[in-house]
Design a binder for this molecule. Structure first.
Ligand code: C5P
Length: 308
């Protein structure tokens, strides 16, 4: 039997980045927001001694590693080692989240794998334990488990729910090519040079906007400290932001370390209209209208197959 778990893409409505830490990470104050663009991961027992076997289908499947470097393999080895099990498992990944886009697709797959293996291996892990294993795999994995809209502190792994009402509507504009997260952080440090860097913080206006469903105020509050670095590494992103503005988006911001840009829309119809205009520009590789505050990693109904 295969156990299927889906997990969402994420963006950061605020990404405030502090100075580099001694361990190479940066302290963040971020507002994570899960988008209803979901990867699906199916796990089933492999034959004895077969190890972790990975198959990938869907968006960007050819560029996803199927060896031990894939975060899903690391997730399987982590749990197997912790509980003294043989990691003989087949993992099927059905990708809808573009890779290397600043949408945490790899973290979504790792989160889904943790939830699926917890079920397959009858580990009975608590949410807190899953999050603790997730944080060992990557800074965004705990949020991929949770979903919704959350404040992230530390390197992003310390989470607190944020009160929001209703859904938010977005257009995801995916540029050709990817950006490596460490490279973008390094570029930010380089651009900042020897200037003193303030501790990361979140303006109250954004939290109020989320509480009161004030689309204009949220648009005014979208901010990403990594954006100048991502634009420096991929100058065409500046043009993508202008295209979204011209098309009538409330606001746009680079998602995480980029190069995906997310545009805020008034409502679902507005998001679909924007997506049509942006698709026609031909500047982006993919364009999706999606809603946010999506659930985190969840087990799918038994018998559900891969994405249609
Ligand atoms: O935690 P994760 O493996 O996803 O992070 C990838 C890279 O992104 C890190 O190696 C680091 O270079 C950078 N990063 C950072 N500060 C964070 C999160 C990530 O510098 N808070």
């Amino acid at each position: 039997m295969t156990i299927w778990v889906s997990a969402p893409a994420k963006t950061n409505l605020v990404l405030s980045v502090g100075p580099p830490r001694a361990d190479g990470y940066h302290d963040l104050a971020t507002v994570f927001h899960a988008l209803d663009l979901r990867d699906r991961v199916g796990v089933r027992s492999g034959s004895v001694g077969s190890g972790v076997q990975i198959q990938v289908v869907g968006i960007d499947a050819d560029s996803v590693p199927t060896d031990g470097s894939n975060l899903v393999a690391k997730a399987a080895h982590l749990l197997a080692a912790e509980f003294g099990l043989d990691p003989d498992v087949e993992i099927h990944i059905d990708k809808a989240i573009p890779i290397a886009g600043g949408l945490a697709g790899g973290s979504a797959d790792a989160a889904a794998t943790l939830v699926a293996l917890d079920s397959l291996w009858h580990l009975g892990l608590s949410r807190e334990q899953l999050e603790e294993f997730g944080a060992r795999l990557g800074s965004d994995v705990p949020f991929s488990l949770h979903g919704g809209t959350m404040l992230g502190l530390g390197r992003g792994e310390h989470l607190t729910p944020i009160l929001t009402t209703g859904d938010w509507h977005w257009v995801i504009a995916v540029s050709a090519g990817g950006l490596s997260t460490p490279t973008v952080y390094r570029e930010l440090d380089r651009l900042r040079g020897t200037d003193a860097v303030a501790p990361p913080s979140i303006a109250d206006g954004v939290l109020q906007a989320l509480r009161s469903q004030d689309v204009s105020a949220l648009g005014a509050g979208l901010v990403n400290d990594l954006q100048p670095a991502a634009i420096r590494l991929m100058p065409s992103l500046a043009q993508v932001l202008v295209e979204g503005d011209d098309a009538g988006a409330i606001a746009g911001v680079v998602s995480g370390s980029g190069p995906t840009v997310v545009f805020l829309a008034r409502d679902r119809e507005h998001a679909i209209d924007l997506a049509v205009i942006l698709s026609a520009s031909g500047l982006m590789r993919r364009v999706h209208a999606v809603s946010g505050g999506a659930p985190g990693a969840v087990i799918e109904a038994p018998g559900s197959g891969p994405n249609p």
